[in-house]
Design a protein around this ligand. Structure first.
Ligand SMILES: [Zn+2]
Length: 238
């Protein structure tokens, strides 16, 4: 699966990665591994570093370029299967497309998107599929600045149709942050991320077992619309 996309990783580095200690290997390849599949041995910490390195390229306006030939080859490689190194759970907002803000190409991240990244059984099942069947070691729950879904919940808006279900799901985060210092929407964005991440960590039978076994990390982050910078959110109370 790695054929054809090793050009950003020298052979020497590649071999070293295989034989050296993990810490050493991460230092050598983490920033460079953006084209091609992550190795099957990637762990949650390494996966997070890959996302953070990609986000830094996005912030800096230095996205990796890919030729039409490389895209064609990559597409062909992926026909046989996928091994995304991370699951990104984020808002449907058109300004936070995860492949772009993490500068990742096809096959690298498994994405679940709804407004306010609110999850129902199908959403959780999608995450479980990526973790259990595709081996993703990291689930990143990503909220964002000026989230309309969260703003609607803060305003206690009476939304029509099924939009109401989204607003309702975010109310807990709004309640939890009422009266806190700072911007109420941004406070609720962060709390909503914490709530969703905590819920996923506690959801059995697949995710909770892997979190407890140390083979899966579920963490949260928010992204700034103005700078594009992704910041990790500390775990909330569980
Ligand atoms: Zn949003």
């Amino acid at each position: 699966m790695l054929v054809g996309y090793q050009k950003t990783i020298s052979m020497k580095t590649y071999i070293l990665k295989r034989i050296a200690g993990l810490a050493c290997a991460v230092a050598l390849w983490a920033p460079a591994l953006t084209h091609g599949d992550a190795p099957s041995t990637v762990n949650s910490g390494e996966a997070l570093k890959l996302l953070q390195a990609g986000n830094q390229r996005y912030v800096d306006g230095k996205l990796n370029s890919i030729t039409p030939e490389e895209m064609t080859q990559r597409r062909a490689e992926l026909v046989q299967g996928q091994k995304p190194f991370a699951v990104v759970v984020c808002c449907s907002d058109s300004r936070v497309g995860p492949e772009i803000i993490f500068d990742q190409e096809l096959g690298n991240i498994f994405v679940v998107r709804t407004a306010g990244q609110v999850l129902d059984a199908a959403g959780i099942g999608s995450i479980e599929y990526a973790v259990a069947h595709l081996g993703s070691p990291l689930v990143l729950v990503l909220g964002h600045e000026h989230c309309g879904a969260v703003a609607a919940a803060v305003a206690d808006a009476k939304e029509p149709g099924h939009i109401a279900a989204i607003v309702k799901a975010i109310r807990l985060a709004v309640k939890r942050t009422q009266g806190l210092k700072g911007d109420p929407v941004e406070n609720a964005v962060q709390a909503n991320v914490q709530d969703i991440a905590a819920r996923l960590r506690a959801t059995g039978p697949i995710l909770a077992a892997k979190v407890n076994a140390g083979s899966l990390k579920v963490t949260g982050a928010t992204v700034s619309l103005s700078t594009g910078k992704v910041k990790l959110v500390p775990d909330g109370q569980e």
